[in-house]
Design a protein around this ligand. Sequence first.
Ligand code: CP
Length: 311
Amino acid sequence: MESSAFALRNIVTVKELSNEQVLDLIKSGQAFKRGQKADLEERARFATNMFFEDSTRTHTSFAVAEGRLGMNVIEMSPEHSSLKKGETLSDTFLTLDALGVDTLAVRHGEVDYYRPLLELQEASDLNIHLINGGDGSGQHPSQCLLDLMTIYEEFNHFDGLKVAIVGDLKHSRVARSNAQLLTQLGAEVYFSGPDYWYEDSYSQYGPYVAMDDITEKVDVMMLLRVQHERHDANSDSERSFSKEEYHEKYGINEARYARMKDSAIICHPGPINRDVEFASSLVQAPKSRYVQQMHNGVFMRMAMLEAVMHD
Ligand code: CP
């Protein structure tokens, strides 16, 4: 049985994952991709998904992953739940546990929204497992792990790989999660993009470099979405360039694509601002792994769900 045999109670950040656990999750995701069945005791299982922020990939791929694992999927719209009557998210978590729900996947706009839920889980010894589908600009563990699965599929290792993470670093939970695990796994991580979206907290993982100094050297070019919805409309610095200027300075255009190594790949978590981070004509070009990332997202989320249900 190649699917994940280890247990994790919850997956809310990548901080608590060891390299061994990350590689186990990747191998489990790859096994699911090859068609392997889950290694779970047979009984009715229930998965709940609550998305407070908009999502296409993460939300749908959790639902597909849960369906493929044979779980009963319950979609809970925050707008139509008792949260609207003033019930807290912690009380919602307590309620779902009492109903016998096995897993809850949540996307939330607030960084660390999950802390009170984990305290309640610990204090009341709840059986329900929490998976973070993204918290504000905090963490995005399932995106990071599917990115790592996609990179591992390509190179079969992480040690010494040169990875550039480029763009809206300040607002990116994808960048924070990937910077942490990629360096932990031995990759050399570089950061690039507009300086007003750079944060010193990234310097612990690798240098901040000019896009054109790194283009020819990288094995993985990880583009980040410009997150307009998180920008401060009053901040002049965040409005000071046009889409065309961004694309010219920091985007993957035909010229930069041609300068990248033949063996290099381009990742983007999606959704893409076409012709901003990534030239529309290149989104499905040979070096792009955008579609593979989305496809792998289903199998990685199956691996994550199975790992928490082993607890
Ligand atoms: N990458 C990602 O989180 O996409 P969605 O917002 O569509 O889920």
